[in-house]
Design a protein around this ligand. Structure first.
Ligand code: AMP
Length: 173
């Protein structure tokens, strides 16, 4: 099977969801079976021998990649959601955005002592969201093995916020 150009399958949508944002639309890549499979296989390859116990997916697009990666790695799936969505007791993190703050939640029993965790999202932008999720996971007695993204907006320097973390991404803009 020939390798797909995954970067070419991410569509730019100017001024979405607001003026000045160039939104990276991953839906064309997801719609193509070979491309989606290739993306998951390539993302998983970096983590296959890293003894990942649980993959943490960030609402909402992170869930798509986290679920497939968890299956591929034989790991559990944990979901980090927007406030009020998780039914059981939660831990919450509030983190800074460009303007204002945002919060995310995780079930308080989602990660067991000593587990090795892989955090997953579709796009690394400023890194604020993933940094918040890392803080949430640091409340557990667990190890963050690393962070896997499909793509990163390297000009936003999100990796600077995540220093010391093992980070992979397949596509750089
Ligand atoms: P961040 O700035 O890294 O905290 O990104 C916040 C969230 O929005 C993450 O889930 C990113 O995947 C998403 N996101 C940020 N900027 C973009 C963009 N230009 N295109 C698509 N998703 C984005």
């Amino acid at each position: 099977m020939t390798m797909k150009d995954l970067k070419a399958m991410i569509r730019n949508i100017p001024d979405f969801p607001k003026a000045g944002i160039m939104f990276k639309d991953i839906t064309p890549l997801l719609q193509d079976g070979e491309a989606f499979q290739q993306a998951i296989d390539q993302m998983a390859a970096s983590w296959a021998d890293k003894q990942i116990d649980v993959v943490v997916g960030i609402e909402a697009r992170g869930f798509i990649f986290a679920a497939a990666l968890a299956y591929k790695l034989g790991a559990g799936l944990v979901i980090v959601r927007k406030p009020g969505k998780l039914p059981y007791q939660t831990k919450t993190v509030t983190y800074a955005l460009e303007y204002g703050t945002d919060s995310l939640q995780i079930h308080e029993d989602a990660i067991a002592k000593g587990q090795r965790v892989l955090i997953v999202d579709d796009v690394l932008a400023t890194g604020g969201t993933v940094k918040g999720v890392a803080e949430l996971i640091q409340q557990f007695d667990a190890t963050i093995a690393g962070i896997a993204f499909l793509s990163e907006l390297s000009f936003l320097n999100g990796r600077e916020k995540l220093q010391g973390m093992d980070i992979t991404s397949l596509i750089s803009f």
